[in-house]
Ligand binder design. Structure first.
Ligand code: FEO
Length: 398
């Protein structure tokens, strides 16, 4: 059992858990080959305060870490920034040990916590944006963060320590022994943050953009962001810079070609399009939904201006796994992107039609007609794929 406790600020301790074994998150929507962490923070002051919990299987470990610093019965306050089970499933046990704990959270947090765990008689104080509590030498301020990414979400800020505790925001699914951004390679951290943003927070980009502006307008001095997943940012400027880029939908001249193939013809088309795209100097990535997985594809899509989606026709539409991928993309609601569908077929070219329908529902602008090829591409058709790749690349540049 891990007993590691780290002081991240003066009398503010990381008491979280590192989950090296987690391979899927949010059902199977997010592949997590690098695991994750559930970060919880203990603030020792006149009124000792915990911020957020950990996932259920780590409850005993978490309580042990807290007890290494203070008796559970002496903790006065529990801040619940977010009730999703990865952060809250350990809370009923804590509340059972210390039923007089005063809990702070949003109205939705209060009702959700009660319903999720069948808890009654909670000593709960609802807080709103602008509310503040004093815990001794330090104070805590709250900002509601509705739909970033659940209705109950909120951020907590400690002005004395210039510390922002935004729960899921700025997080990464990354299990490591390191705790701070400066301890890992910058590119790796940025990639993990991008993967988390693309797969979880992308649909809420407008709200996040406004929330960042709101925090900037509050004039809060922040020299550390301690999210509830992954590494802690000692360089909050970098975290804000990345989030501003993603929330504003900044893209590069890059095409993401995602496909699923039955007998290889759609894959051949994908690679030939890529040759054409490269020929006009545009970056391109070709990925197979089954081999590479939607988590990695969506991460690449976050910075790509153009999407080419292809599937062989199967029954009355695209291949089933590709339909699932398209359904996921629709939920991400990407903005300012252009797209084109393609695929092979045997006796009815309907796969690309389903792709176009999903692209339309996702808000991806169709800029070129779908390309369908019967059975296998011949030499002429391969030349056409190359030319279409060039044309799509030019449209990405324009
Ligand atoms: Fe990390 Fe929305 O839970």
């Amino acid at each position: 059992m891990d007993t590691n406790v780290i002081e991240i600020k003066n009398n503010v301790f990381w008491v979280g858990s590192v989950d090296y074994d987690l391979r899927h998150f949010h059902g199977h929507t997010f592949s997590t080959p690098n695991g994750t962490t559930y970060n919880s923070y203990l603030i020792l002051d006149e009124y000792p305060t915990l911020v957020d919990g950990v996932f259920g299987p780590f409850t005993d470990e978490w309580i042990g870490k807290i007890k290494s610093k203070i008796e559970i019965s002496k903790i006065k306050n529990l801040i619940v920034n977010h009730i999703e089970p990865d952060h809250s499933r350990s809370l009923p046990e804590l509340i059972k040990i210390n039923p007089s704990l005063k809990i702070f959270g949003t109205e939705k947090c209060k009702s959700g916590l009660k319903k999720m765990y069948g808890l009654s008689n909670l000593n709960f104080q609802v807080v709103k944006t602008g509310d503040e509590i004093n815990i001794g030498q330090k104070s805590l301020k709250f900002v509601e963060a509705t739909m970033i990414h659940w209705p109950d979400s909120m951020f907590t800020y400690c002005p004395e320590e210039k510390l922002l505790l935004p729960n899921d925001a700025f997080g990464q699914h990354l299990a490591t022994k390191e705790r701070f951004d400066e301890e890992v390679e910058t590119r790796k951290l940025e990639h993990e943050a991008q993967e988390y943003y693309a797969n979880i927070l992308w649909p809420f980009s407008g709200l996040i953009k406004n929330k960042i502006a709101e925090i900037e307008n509050l004039g809060w001095e922040i020299d550390m962001i301690a999210p509830s997943h992954g590494l802690i940012w000692k360089n909050p400027g970098k975290a804000f810079e990345l989030y501003k880029k993603w929330t504003e939908g900044v893209t590069k001249n890059k095409v993401m070609i995602a496909y699923e193939t039955m007998w290889g013809a759609t894959e051949i088309m994908a690679n030939k399009f890529a040759e054409g795209i490269k020929a006009v100097g545009v970056e391109v990535k070709v990925m197979d939904v089954n081999k590479d997985g939607k988590t990695k594809i969506v991460t690449e899509m976050l910075e790509a201006k153009g999407f080419m989606f292809g599937s062989s026709t199967h029954d009355n539409g695209a291949l089933p796994n590709f339909s699932g991928f398209l359904h996921f993309v629709k939920g991400l609601r990407p903005t300012n992107r252009i797209g084109m569908a393609f695929g092979s077929f045997g006796w009815g070219a309907v796969g690309s039609g389903e792709i176009e329908k999903y692209m339309s529902e996702a808000g991806i602008a169709k800029v070129m007609d779908a390309m369908n090829i019967n059975f296998s591409p011949d030499e002429e058709e391969l030349k056409k794929c190359f030319e279409i790749g060039k044309e799509f690349g030019e449209r990405v540049k324009s």
